[in-house]
Design a protein around this ligand. Structure first.
Ligand code: UT7
Length: 389
């Protein structure tokens, strides 16, 4: 953590990582479950397959992505000041998924919280983290987008079950006096459209009951057409606004990293912005819509494909339930080639994480022993006091 003087601070992305479950669900397999077809899904969404968690949870995938981001940046988890996990599918209502990640990383100096802004959540998180850094509150912030939408999907609803997938992506933000990094952020919301995309039960208004479960109210409900109309509008506007705030012209934009919801929405935005296909990253065909994880996964794959280089101008832009939207303009500052994790470093880190795990287990045991011993001592003290009276 650092308090700064009046020199401007910039938040740079210095590490990145992603995790996608190995289990693949293809359109053909879906067509055996609901009345749909590979052709329909490809034509209307561009999706060919998605990943579905088996043993993974939101926290375990977030942890994988976070570990890779720290490795790439060569930063010890103890140096992390804040962990933000953007998710709509946390492991629990509480504790937050961010706290689970904090514990498993051994990030003993970090504050941690979850952020709920649906598919826009990752960019919201980047904006919050970057502003914490710019304000001098924190130096090193881990922002993760992680989801297991497969757990809140109605697998009988062909209008939604074809769209979503599971995964996680993460970036590590670090403060620097050097110009660059996250240059602007645009965040928006319109709660009047909340009912267009919702999970009606499981919150405090409609707590879980036999009736809510029987009526499938714990799963995603969506008015696809209306969300589509909203998405095409905000993707274009939010991209332009982020660029304008950062004083970057559309011509200077090198790469758009849009939320991967539907190839048609991405194509529409690209056309409206007059961007050629090589300036727009797309991987929706392989992952479907992974909600808050989609933008960081796309960013990591763009980096891995060597489509992001130092000096490049990027915009990440997303939209989702709420309704919400978010965009940010970035001047990329980090070398992306040769930033591979060596096996030796990976082994060292695994040791560190095992140790963090063991320490966490030790703390739990100690807390239980402490509570048990304290109870016995209190009881003994009570008995002694009773005898003395
Ligand atoms: O992160 C934000 C998440 N949400 C989104 O991004 C969703 C945005 N919306 C969309 O991507 C599109 O609206 C969908 C892909 C969901 C739907 O595509 P569409 O072109 O808007 O289709 P539609 O809802 O207008 O439906 C057209 C037809 C309907 O049949 P009728 O009424 O014309 O006979 C649907 O019942 O397609 C039918 N349909 C399907 N047919 C085969 C809907 N889903 C399917 C399906 N397979 N999976």
């Amino acid at each position: 953590m650092s308090a700064t003087n009046h020199q401007p601070r910039y938040a740079h992305i210095v590490g990145w990582g992603m995790y996608a479950p190995p289990n693949v669900l293809t359109n053909e397999e879906l067509a055996k479950r609901v009345d749909t077809s590979d052709a329909w899904i490809r034509e209307r969404t561009g999706i060919v397959e998605r990943r579905i968690a088996t043993k993974e949870t939101t926290a375990s995938m977030a942890l994988h992505a976070a570990q890779d981001a720290l490795e790439i940046a060569d930063v010890n988890p103890k140096q992390v000041d804040l962990i933000i996990v953007a998710t709509s599918t946390p492991d629990y209502v509480f504790p937050s998924t961010a706290c689970l990640v904090q514990d498993q990383l051994g990030a003993s100096s970090a504050a941690a919280f979850d952020l709920s802004a649906a598919c826009s959540g990752f960019v919201y998180g980047v904006a919050v983290g970057a502003n914490m850094i710019r304000a001098g509150q924190y130096e090193t912030v881990l922002v993760i987008g992680a989801e297991t939408f497969s757990k809140i999907i109605n697998w009988k609803d062909r209008g939604t079950c074809i769209l979503f997938g599971d995964g996680a992506g993460a970036v590590l933000l670090r403060g620097s006096p050097e110009y660059g990094g996250i240059l602007s952020a645009v965040l928006g919301s319109d709660g009047s459209g909340g009912e267009l995309l919702e999970v009606p039960a499981g919150g405090s208004k409609n707590p879980a009951s036999l009736e809510t479960v029987m009526a499938n109210l714990h799963t995603v409900r969506m008015n696809g057409r209306e969300v589509y109309r909203f998405a095409t509008r905000v993707m274009v506007d939010a991209t332009k606004q982020a660029l304008q705030k950062a004083n970057i012209s559309l011509d200077e934009l090198d790469m758009l990293i849009p939320h991967q919801a539907n190839a048609r929405i991405i194509d529409y935005a690209a056309k409206a912005l007059n961007l050629p296909p090589d300036k727009v990253f797309q991987n929706v065909e392989r992952y479907g819509n992974t909600s808050a994880a989609s933008i960081p996964i796309a960013l990591v794959e763009a980096i891995q494909a060597q489509r992001v280089n130092p000096g490049d101008h990027l915009v990440m832009v997303g939209f989702g339930a709420g309704l919400t939207w978010a965009s940010c303009a970035i001047e990329w500052s980090q070398p992306t080639i040769k930033r591979q994790i060596t096996p030796q470093r990976a082994a060292q880190s695994q040791l560190r994480y095992r140790w963090a795990n063991l320490k966490s287990f030790g703390h739990r045991v100690l807390r239980r022993v402490d509570s048990g011993v304290s109870k016995v001592l209190d009881r003994m003290e009570g008995q002694n006091n009773g005898k003395g009276q």
